[in-house]
Design a protein around this ligand. Structure first.
Ligand code: HEC
Length: 201
């Protein structure tokens, strides 16, 4: 802790969340003073929360989504049951290919596609900015032009699809074993609903 505080004092704009035992630093490097969000360049070295694979209508893998979390945030989540202020989540969407390996048909991530980014904001810092609200900053980047943030209004661009996970702060935590306390997934509701939807098809 002492070490963390020392290294922080080198960055005047960095704040440390007061309400969490494990300190997470506000990501001032990717959030401007007016709430514009830029690409979180170093995220590939962060902790992985979990992964999703998507399939086409024939059931063939066509996408891999790898989800990353900024340093310290997963530990704090396990301690407090909430994402600390300043947590950054990145979902990297890639295409997928499948090969016959010694394990059987194995699918793996290939070309870069897009990145979805969420930044936990407990202080409602940017009420005027349409990328911020419901406790998070929301952003989207495309591999064709990663320097450009593509989302314009999180309520139109993001929120509706995250409603099934609203009870767990809009995050599909059930799919991320790293966040499970006692090895058990937290709220199974969205999963039950999603499974029911599969069966109806
Ligand atoms: C078409 C529906 C849809 C839209 C639109 C959408 N999301 Fe998601 N998002 C999901 C689903 C479903 C998951 C988890 C499953 C998956 O990745 O396939 C997810 C996962 C995520 C994750 C990983 C953490 C988590 O919540 O589990 C992030 C970060 C994320 N989305 C951010 C965003 C942002 C930011 C936007 C808007 C710019 C957005 N999403 C728009 C459906 C959507």
């Amino acid at each position: 802790m002492a070490l963390l505080l020392t290294s922080c004092s080198a960055t005047p704009s960095a704040e440390i969340a007061e309400d969490n035992a494990a300190a997470v630093i506000w990501p001032a490097d990717i959030v401007s003073e007016t709430g514009d969000i830029s690409f979180p360049k170093g995220f590939l070295k962060w902790q992985t929360l979990g992964a999703w694979s998507t399939a086409d209508e024939e059931g063939k893998a066509n996408g891999m989504h790898q989800v990353y979390v900024s340093p310290g945030a997963a530990d704090a989540y396990l301690e407090t049951g909430a994402f600390p202020d300043g947590t950054v989540l990145v979902k990297e969407v890639r295409s997928a290919a499948t090969a016959q390996l010694s394990t059987g048909a194995a699918s793996y991530a290939t070309d870069k596609g897009v990145w979805f980014v969420m930044i936990k904001d407990k202080k409602e810092r940017f009420p005027e900015n349409a990328l911020w609200g419901d406790g998070w900053g929301w952003a989207l980047f495309d591999a064709k032009e990663p320097g450009k943030q593509m989302a314009t209004d999180y309520q139109n661009d993001c929120l509706a699809c995250h409603v099934p996970a609203q009870e767990t702060d809009w995050v599909y935590v059930e799919a991320y074993p790293v966040l499970w306390k006692d090895g058990k997934p937290p709220i199974p509701k969205w999963l039950d609903q999603a499974k029911a939807a599969m069966n109806e098809q």
